[in-house]
Design a protein around this ligand. Sequence first.
Ligand code: T4K
Length: 378
Amino acid sequence: MIKPFAEPIYVTRPFLPAFDKFCDGLKEIWETRWLTNKGTILQRYTKKLADYLGSENICLFANGTLALQIGLQGMEISGEVITTPFTFVATTHALYWNKIRPIFVDIEPEYYTLDPEKVEAAVTPKTAAILAVHIYGHPCRLNELAAIAQKHNIKLIYDAAHAFGVKVGGTPVSRFGDLSMFSFHATKLYHSIEGGMLSFRDGGYRETFDYLKNFGFKNEVEVVMPGTNAKMNEFQALMGEMVLTSIDEIIAKYEILYKRYVAALKDVPGIKLVPGFPENTQYNFAYMPVEIDAYEFGMDRDSLYEELKKYNVFTRRYFYPLLTDLACYRSIAVEDPLTVARKVSSSILALPIYEELTIEEVDRIAEMIRALPKNRHS
Ligand code: T4K
């Protein structure tokens, strides 16, 4: 008889630096009374991030959604953008806020990223860019997407909200494509409370992004474009700076937990795990998605999600419903039947994974999953 957890186990929990250390850091803010607007902590933190990522071409924001909105606007993307329906709502929202029409195409079934063949087939003279998502931190098919973008002379933009710390061929994913957006939200493996980052190939965009996040101010009296307010403040920068010092240990811990789940669940009938990653990929293990085959498992995804709650385990159906089924996007004409995305969205479950989770807790969750289905067929 498996006992419920005494305390709720959430899908994620933010890593926090030692309380005393953070308080020490706060003293700098109290001494300078500089809370936001290009403070010294933000400037120092930006340099540290640039070092970590091996690129100076980065710009920090209040959150990832604003970063993506500004990225699209700063690059003057308009018309149509080919994108995925299997993502968090903010990916598509950022297109809408720029009056860009999303053209949804299907994902591939292994890592759930945009299917390059579907992308290629959807390109038209109106296509301005591809907006692909490294969903769960799984790198997209970088070379294939780059070849399509180059062939059609369109921009390649990545929503890399989940992909901090991921490398391909030793290069951070932030350095692929024309532009990548990262989210540093509290629910992310790497965070700055709230926060976002753009990483871009062409350094010429820096000035535009800096203007756009600060009302368009060039100086006290000149406003050169109608910007917004999307600045990262000093508290966020301080958190980001401190969490960055622990990022390698955080990823190492996630890796242990991820591999433990895989070992515990790989033989469970009806549970499909993401296949291993190619050797040139350094994954960040940020999410633990599993697909549930209702017939083989003996219980559908939604029932498992509900049952686990009774044991105080709060998984999430990232990402369900599919964006094209949401009230705000339902009216968009979609030519692609989105067969894979529909299937994955209705069968996927993100299991708890975070730095403080213990191996014993993973074992218990896996045990619950194994024991729960009452009507298993095999
Ligand atoms: N693109 C993609 C692909 C994204 O996934 C996201 C964000 C974005 C773009 C936009 O980036 P941001 O603008 O957010 O920087 C969460 C996050 O709010 C969102 O950032 C994230 N994706 C999305 C996948 O997840 P919810 O609605 O699931 O969060 P919530 O509040 O239900 O939190 C989940 C669990 O985390 C809670 O049950 C408990 C735990 N938690 C949460 C918070 C906020 C904590 O323990 N402490 C906390 O402070 O959206």
